[in-house]
Design a protein around this ligand. Structure first.
Ligand SMILES: [Zn+2]
Length: 451
């Protein structure tokens, strides 16, 4: 989650930058002020103990014992092949009428035109169909050769189909957590990740309501590929933390997380422009992260081209000023804005946008200009000795000389908000519990059994 609206960053590794949904972006559910309302997801009240548990958590007694989340798997397809591992029916949920009866693993082809849906070529006479088991309530559904818990819903949109997986929230998380954190990492880190992912899913409910589901299955919300993505260690972490959610004023928080902090996480207003009381800058141990130190090297010409591609036509680069407005760096040491001066004009670019334009791992970086191999060796030595945050460079002049390079050196990977996964691992390695990890990264939150 990082552009002024939903900024799509490149998917980097299995350990991803979570939450491309910003708390106050245009992709946010319409009514921010009603985010405390009860979750609008389909409710599956299946536990007589739920009221008691939820009362303890300070949640209304009508809260359910579990949630069903609607995950968009594919939008805008003309045909979809689906099946179920047990004998099943395809029904019209509006009236319960059976549209088709199928055997276990028998493929059903759902298609759409402007008049409605069809199943195996026969008109269904409706705009939405759903798979249900013919007998007992078991079996896995399959779509595009991928198996999912829960069921599948096919909804017509024009002459196309939106495919939706309606699935128990914790079954959903089993498929999400291993794609967000290495399954071989310590159990307490995986549990912290599970609670962060659960909280973020609840926060994101109705994110895609206009398409008829809560969350999509990409990094925009959280990456999800059903059973294909599951891992035993992550499943155990999800189940052992079942129902636990982080809240602020009884509302699930925007539980942003990222890969590597560089040693200090960031305040939300420095990335998303708005203050969130629970997304505050905290120090952590990032020393074991493979992204703790990184470097990007580019010629002045390459810098100019990247700026042009982002709409900044300033001509050949003459100088770079790391602090043109005398704003300094953010509290955590991240770049606020940089001024690029060219022969034809100037551009002031904020750190978050610069990260996107240059494909940087984070906004915690410094810039220097290297003019010769001799200077390079000297600068590198200095860099290795420096343990502190990058310091702002003064205005850097470019001469246009052959071999001149702009070197960006930084720390960390991701937007820097909320839990840093490598820091969570470092805490778990030293014996911290998942609650300790979450309380470290999310300020003044309540961790409680939400369902
Ligand atoms: Zn999404």
């Amino acid at each position: 989650m990082v552009l002024g609206i939903c900024l799509m960053l490149p998917v980097m590794t299995a350990v991803t930058e979570a939450s491309l949904i910003t708390p106050y972006s245009g992709m946010k559910p319409d009514k921010e002020s009603t985010a405390a309302d009860k979750p609008a997801m389909t409710v599956a009240a299946n536990s007589s103990n739920s009221s008691k548990e939820n009362s303890k958590a300070g949640v209304a007694e009508t809260e359910p014992a579990s949630y069903v989340i609607r995950v968009g798997l594919n939008t805008g397809v003309a045909r979809a092949d689906a099946s179920m591992s047990t004998a099943y029916r395809i029904i019209n949920p509006a009236n319960g009428k059976v549209v088709a009866e199928l055997e276990a693993n028998e493929l059903a082809q759902i298609s759409a035109d402007l008049s409605g849906l069809a199943v195996n070529g026969a008109s269904a006479g409706c705009d939405e169909v759903r798979l249900v088991p013919a007998r007992k309530n078991d079996g896995l559904v399959s779509f595009n050769n991928t198996k999912y818990h829960g069921t599948l819903v096919f909804r017509r949109s024009g002459s196309y189909i939106n495919v939706i997986n309606e699935v128990d929230l914790d079954d959903y998380l089993k498929g999400v957590v291993p794609s967000e954190m290495n399954q071989a990492w310590p159990a307490e880190a995986l549990k912290a990740q599970s609670v962060a992912a659960r909280t973020f899913a609840l926060y994101s409910r109705n994110q895609h309501i206009s398409d008829g589901y809560d969350v999509c299955n990409t990094i925009h919300c959280q990456y999800y590929e059903g059973l294909k993505g599951e891992a035993d260690t992550a499943t155990a972490a999800v189940l052992e933390t079942k129902g636990y959610v982080m809240t602020k004023d009884t509302r699930p928080i925007c539980a942003a997380f990222h890969s590597s902090s560089g040693g200090m996480t960031e305040n939300s207003e420095n990335v998303w422009g708005r203050y969130q009381p629970y997304l505050r800058s905290v120090a952590d141990d990032d020393s074991e992260s493979p992204y703790h130190d990184w470097r990007v090297t580019a010629s002045a010409n390459e810098i100019e081209k990247m700026l042009v591609s982002a709409g900044y036509r300033i001509g050949p680069l003459k100088s770079i000023n790391m602090d043109p407005g005398k704003k300094g760096r953010s509290e955590s040491g991240r770049v606020v804005e940089v001024l690029f001066k060219g022969t034809d004009g100037t551009a002031i670019v904020d750190g978050v946008k610069l990260r996107s334009i240059f494909g940087l791992k984070s906004t915690m970086f410094s810039i220097r200009v290297q003019r010769s191999a001799v200077n390079s060796k000297e600068s590198l030595a200095n860099s290795r000795n420096g343990k502190s945050m990058p310091t702002a460079a003064s205005s850097l002049q470019l001469t246009g000389a052959e071999g001149e390079l702009v070197i960006l050196e930084g720390h960390g990977f991701g937007h820097g908000l909320g839990m840093a996964q490598y820091g969570a691992k470092a805490m778990a390695d030293k014996g911290a519990k998942w609650q300790d990890i979450l309380n470290h990264y999310y300020t003044d939150i309540v961790i409680s059994k939400y369902y």
